[in-house]
Design a binder for this molecule. Structure first.
Ligand SMILES: [Fe+2]
Ligand SMILES: [Fe+2]
Length: 173
């Protein structure tokens, strides 16, 4: 089955994973230009989903609200808050942890990407065009202030994650 929306967004997930990996390949010499590309790319990906994909998914579902959208929005809020922080090993661990869970939810069978494949071909073409012409999200330089960090931790809590708990997890990396 042809899955153009799934393909577009899951390819973008892979592109962003790769950018992050490259940016933080050496934590003692983080590639700030690559990290900037990662932040802009991820925030722009979220913008496409919030502004284009979620409304399209609702339409594909007979204009009925989809039960998974509120949680996905909370996770976008958490990811967005993390993008305000300066990159570090701990932060990268938390970002990877949340993105793995979040991206899988979007990509899984019955997930929000698949639901959009029910749309008519003309709608799909319009959505892909809207994705391609989405303007990049402008970003401020990372902010090391404690209040930004605390705000990010609260945004994670709202989405069901605990920053310090994730940092303390023994994950094979
Ligand atoms: Fe997302
Ligand atoms: Fe996504």
């Amino acid at each position: 089955m042809n899955k153009p929306i799934y393909n577009f967004l899951s390819t973008d997930h892979q592109r962003l994973d790769k950018l992050l990996n490259e940016a933080v390949a050496d934590y003692n010499a983080i590639d700030s230009e690559k990290y900037h590309q990662f932040r802009v790319g991820l925030l722009t990906h979220i913008k496409m989903e919030e502004k284009i994909l979620f409304p399209a998914a609702k339409k594909a579902n007979g204009n009925r609200n989809l039960p998974m959208i509120p949680q996905l929005r909370l996770e976008h809020g958490a990811i967005t808050a993390l993008m305000a922080l300066p990159p570090s090993k701990d932060l990268t661990k938390v970002i990877r942890y949340i993105l793995n869970i979040h991206d899988l939810k979007e990509e899984e069978s019955g997930g929000v990407y698949e639901i959009c494949e029910r749309l008519a071909e003309t709608d799909t073409a319009a959505i892909l065009q809207a994705f391609r012409t989405t303007t990049p999200v402008p970003v401020h330089p990372p902010n090391a202030s404690p209040y930004v960090f605390e705000a990010a931790k609260r945004a994670l809590k709202r989405a069901g994650f605990d920053y310090d708990e994730i940092v303390g997890l023994n994950l094979s990396e």
